[in-house]
Design a protein around this ligand. Sequence first.
Ligand code: LLP
Length: 441
Amino acid sequence: MHEFKYVNGKLACENVSVDALARAHGTPLYVYSQGTLARHFQRLDAAWAAVPHGICFAVKSNSNLAVLRVLANLGSGFDVVSEGELRRVCAAGGNPGTCIFAGVGKTQAEIDYALQQEIYAFNVESEAELERIDRLAARRGKAAPVALRVNPNVDALTHAKITTGTYLNKFGIPLEEIRGLAARARRLKHVRIRGLQMHIGSQISEAKPFAVAARKVVPLIQELKKDHPLEFFSAGGGLGIVYEAALESGAEAWWESPAARQQLTAVDHAADLVPMLEPLGLRILLEPGRFIAGNAGILVTRVEYVKRMGSKTFVIVDAAMNDLVRPAFYDAYHEIVPVAARNGAMVACDVVGPVCESSDYFARNRRLPRVQEGDLLAVMSAGAYGFSMASNYNTRPLPAEVLVHGRLAAVARFRQYLPRIWEAEKLPRWLKFQRLPPTRP
Ligand code: LLP
């Protein structure tokens, strides 16, 4: 459910016209709805009301300071995977004491910074990492709070590039090795096991993989609780969202689409897991990224050209794979709608960007209303893993981001000033003093 809808034939984000935002800030432009972020957070929070719980927003999905602040103000904690993300949380006014730090490759500097910031827990992914944390905590005279990340060897039934919970993936510690590692941790003086964590993948749209994984992990936690004063179990993130739309099926709004009605909801997810996890008597953490931010953002882009070649129509827009890489990277589906609603014939077209790669597309063979140069399109559900995965490929500046709250809209990030892209680059002296050849007439 989100707050992007047509009002008098024009797409609006909450009470602000998307067309006006595009005119004021240019395109490509990310637009986020604060109300949608809040509603998704609150919906998840309510679904888990029966147990003590906490939500740690996955910063990797959308790390804009304004978005982080919206969530911090709602009482969210954060799931971070780098020093940079932890610093962002602090810069946004978030509390590092609500952060859990995941990732298989934490460097010494990152661990040290997190120790200094007194984060809530390190999600440990290997024995070597546990020992490294112990060593670094010893230097600071601290006992680092850690959670062992369990790999339950469960197929999340999602895209291969975002599945994390099997032994073919680099993540976590095999279920069978957890007891041994926990015993090892007990002998280390500068770590204390605060919890257990699990994350089996992303964009999971069925309840089953979560339940199968929980069923495997619960007995292990019960056993570990006997010897370790566990405080929490983090069930990870991964709750999928609806990317498929309703407009073609004739529904007025996206959430009325048949796909949306079949979607695994926060309520279903909790209804399955709460009865299994409640008897643990632990605080349950959740690490959602996409569920909160995915449908809370769109990427607005302008049509530059409509190019017909043989039987194909290419709608060439000013956003590209560097702005939103998900279609190129995961063959991801994103709904695309015109910012000014159009009736009339639908035309099958490829919506593509200007980057010199065939994978630079947003949609293939998609039926869209006929569009022309200058029209605005909205790429929907781009709030998670959109801007946060953007790059400067083709020396394209990072797009601007705007946050909308009711009738208010404010820049959450200015469009990158072009020379900033090469600001940190430098010509070595020996090149600078070599003369350029005379230019030819
Ligand atoms: N916790 C951990 C340990 C994770 O690795 C992730 C995501 C999350 C939580 C949040 O997962 P979510 O609730 O957003 O599914 N770039 C990909 C998604 C990569 C997800 C990586 N890990 C995409 O655009 O689909």
